[in-house]
Design a protein around this ligand. Structure first.
Ligand code: XLS
Ligand code: NI
Ligand code: NI
Length: 442
């Protein structure tokens, strides 16, 4: 990939990050991510489909509820909104191409600041779409997904598509229309809905059933529009149980699955799962992946991690090889992502203030997934991992167990089998054996 800079170089002194192998001590090199290396018939690049999140990397200024911004972005100074947005896009493409990231993802308002004037917002976004087209053509970087931010503007304090006020919902519609248009114009491969405020703070003032009907109607309306415009990609819903609202309707993978089924959206929508959102829902990320994989809905992931002690979305970069290996075992066995990839919905810490910190963060995240891919493939090819799991269910492979699976046995038959065969033998679940096996291959 060619490094693409604008008039000014923002990340001076940092050249394109290359694969140098595990022996390398260069902190600005990949030790595992070798994009052309073939694993299980595909290149690492094709398996992992890494994307950079525009919002955290180029907009997140480090402000928190207790303190001012700590990241002073040199691209965020021009007084004209579109000129400022172009500077930011120059910085973004410089970073993305120096990192060799094949994809990026954005919300409308990440790309350019929005006002409260629908026409003006569309004008700004269209100007930026033209600019992004050139940048994409120059670099070969592609848009993994686009989305609209329907949660930051104060008008969305009671939700967007689930707002009790129809007038607010129409503004969400206007925003989604423009964001879909932008996504299509840029060849975006998918479109994401994360319902940040689609939920409630109190049931005392909330008609939950009606709000969910509205959400489904809104998604159908948006999907129909996009299809009419020729959009062939997949729509993703990103589950999250809470934060910012107390309860969000897209609680977790299983909840969204039943929502999609109830409202007849399964043909067009899949899931974009996020690690830290799984944690907030009281699940492991592995659980969420498996729920999605079993339903054929494993679309894409937002890779990050939470903090063991904190109960909120800290969006840290992934760095735990054991965990990520377990993710890759599920992703590989599911046959990879249905349309999506691995988007780093993660941010450097507030006090990580060197320009190089953003590079270290992404290098770490990409290397951990690459290493996990190698390890998981190795486990699947060379260990008895699959065999141990299969054998655990072998009583269903023949005889009465097989008949049960085929729906051939009655409750009386089950009773008769129990009597005929007495007490079952004790069979180990071998959890520690499997945990050790994973570590042995890392
Ligand atoms: C917030 C979400 C958000 C989505 C895109 O928690 O993760 O960043 O990925 O709207
Ligand atoms: Ni996310
Ligand atoms: Ni999140």
């Amino acid at each position: 990939m060619k490094v693409v800079t604008g008039n000014k170089e923002y990340f001076k002194g940092i050249s394109q990050v290359k694969y140098e192998g595990v022996e390398s001590h260069n902190p600005l090199a990949f030790r595992w991510y070798d994009e052309n290396r073939i694993i299980a018939g595909k290149t690492m690049k094709e398996h992992l489909r890494f994307a950079c999140a525009y919002w955290h990397s180029f907009c997140g200024n480090g402000a928190d509820p207790f303190g001012a911004p700590t990241h002073q972005f040199p691209w965020d100074v021009n007084s004209d909104a579109v000129a400022r947005a172009k500077d930011k896009m120059d910085a973004a493409f410089e970073f993305i191409t120096k990192m060799n990231l094949p994809y990026y993802c954005f919300h409308d308002v990440d790309v350019v600041d929005f006002t409260n004037d629908v026409n003006e917002n569309e004008r700004r976004l269209q100007a930026m779409v033209e600019y992004a087209k050139q940048k994409q053509a120059e670099s070969g970087v592609k848009l993994l997904w686009g989305t609209s931010n329907l949660f930051s503007n104060s008008r969305y304090m009671n939700g967007a598509a689930t707002n009790p006020d129809f007038h607010v919902l129409t503004h969400a519609g206007a925003q989604v229309k423009a964001a879909i248009d932008a996504t299509i114009a840029l060849g975006g491969e998918n479109y994401v809905f994360w319902g940040g405020r689609e939920g409630y703070m109190s049931l005392l003032n909330t008609d939950m059933g009606r709000e969910q009907d509205h959400l489904a109607r809104f998604l159908h309306t948006a999907k129909d529009y996009a299809r009419k415009q020729g959009f062939k990609g997949t729509f993703f819903i990103e589950p999250k149980p809470c934060e910012p609202t107390k309860h969000q309707y897209d609680y977790d993978a299983a909840t969204v699955l039943s929502f999609l089924r109830k409202y007849d959206l399964l043909n067009d929508f899949k899931l974009n799962l996020e690690v830290n959102h799984a944690t907030l829902a009281g699940h492991t990320f592995q659980h969420e992946l498996q729920v999605a994989a079993d339903a054929g809905l494993l679309g894409s992931i937002d890779a990050n991690r939470g903090d063991m002690q904190n109960g909120w979305d800290t969006d840290q970069f992934p760095n735990d090889i054991t965990e990520v290996t377990e993710y890759m075992l599920i992703i590989l066995q599911a046959g990879g992502f249905a349309g999506g990839g691995i988007n780093f919905d993660a941010k450097i810490r507030r006090n990580s203030t060197d320009p190089a910190d953003l590079f270290y963060a992404h290098i770490g995240g990409m290397d951990i997934f690459a290493r996990a891919l190698v390890t998981a493939d190795n486990i699947l090819q060379n260990s008895d991992y699959k065999k141990v799991r299969q054998e655990r269910y072998s009583s269903f492979d023949s005889g009465k167990g097989k008949d049960f699976e085929a729906g051939k046995l009655s409750l009386e038959d089950l009773r008769q089998f129990a009597i005929d065969n007495g007490e079952p033998a004790v069979i180990s679940g071998k959890q520690e054996y499997l945990e050790n096996l994973i570590n042995r291959y890392i």
